[in-house]
Design a protein around this ligand. Structure first.
Ligand SMILES: [Fe+2]
Ligand SMILES: [Fe+2]
Length: 145
């Protein structure tokens, strides 16, 4: 079975691609853009649930290397990510500008994903025992179907 870190990183990459595709077509193909936006909202919502329900509880609050990782901050970023997606969705359907919200979303996602990929995911890989990791991966797989 694929590792947690590998799976979640790949998911970040796929979601980035969907976001990028949305931005590429949003002015020329609104039908396709709408589908991509729905896909992004759904995918990010699911990814966030995997983290908040399965992964963050395994991690708790701790220091990783020199970085103190605050799960509360990550949760707050998740909240903002969902809020921005809802805003983009609303503005896009009203044919309003979405660029500022997109720029903020991109900025948050880049920093947020790096933080998770450098701290939480590898910490779980290294410190959580095999059986608990297997169970977590099974729950994540179920959620991704
Ligand atoms: Fe996250
Ligand atoms: Fe993530």
């Amino acid at each position: 079975m694929e590792g947690i870190s590998e799976f979640m990183k790949a998911d970040h990459g796929e979601l980035d691609d969907v976001f990028e595709s949305f931005r590429v077509v949003r002015e020329t193909d609104s039908k396709r853009a709408k589908i991509l936006l729905a896909q992004l909202r759904e995918g990010l919502g699911r990814h966030i649930l995997m983290e908040e329900k399965v992964l963050f509880p395994l991690f708790g609050e701790r220091k990783v290397g020199r970085n103190y990782v605050s799960v509360a901050d990550l949760n707050e970023q998740h909240r903002r990510i969902k809020e921005l997606l809802a805003q983009i969705d609303k503005d896009f359907s009203l044919e309003k500008e979405t660029e500022d919200s997109e720029a903020e979303l991109e900025q948050i996602l880049v920093a947020h994903d790096i933080m998770e990929e450098r701290t939480i995911y590898p910490w779980i890989e290294r410190h959580v025992d095999g059986a608990a990791k297997k169970k977590a991966m099974e729950r994540i797989s179920e959620m991704s179907d």
